[in-house]
Ligand binder design. Structure first.
Ligand SMILES: [Zn+2]
Length: 136
């Protein structure tokens, strides 16, 4: 009987869309993704001919086309990694403050099917579509 009263008093007042039981695996997944991204980023920096030991000689005339191509490619990949890293950090901080799964743009709940596929997302599908159409 006393157990029941504890359970009912633990009912949270704020709207928490995702149960804690699910949040913890999501959180560890995001953290492992973050580690992977950081590893990939540091290996990219090692491979980039412009970054490894050459950063103070950026417009060097002896830069080969292959080096330039390699740089452009790793630059694009680095930007993509950066974007993902920021997104995952944002999702993790939303877990921390207890608003994970709630769209940061309109405040509606994000579809759980969407969260399963993109656990790092912080906006609902409608808001993402709106943002995408603005970009174009
Ligand atoms: Zn939204």
């Amino acid at each position: 009987m006393s157990k029941n009263s504890i359970n009912s008093s633990s009912k949270a007042k704020r709207v928490l869309s995702i149960p804690r039981k699910l949040l913890s695996p999501i959180r560890s997944f995001l953290l492992s993704q973050l580690r992977r991204l950081e590893l990939r980023r540091s290996s990219l920096e090692r491979d980039d001919p412009f970054v490894s030991g050459r950063s103070d000689n950026f417009a060097s005339p002896d830069t080969t086309a292959a080096e330039q191509f390699g740089h452009a490619r790793s630059e694009a990949m680095r930007r993509e990694l950066e974007r993902k890293t920021i997104q995952i950090r944002k999702a993790l901080s939303r877990i921390r403050i207890g608003v994970y799964g709630i769209c940061e743009s309109c405040g509606k709940m994000i579809d759980t099917d969407r969260l399963v596929v993109f656990p790092e997302t912080t906006v609902c599908i409608d808001c993402e579509r709106k943002a995408e159409s603005k970009k174009r």
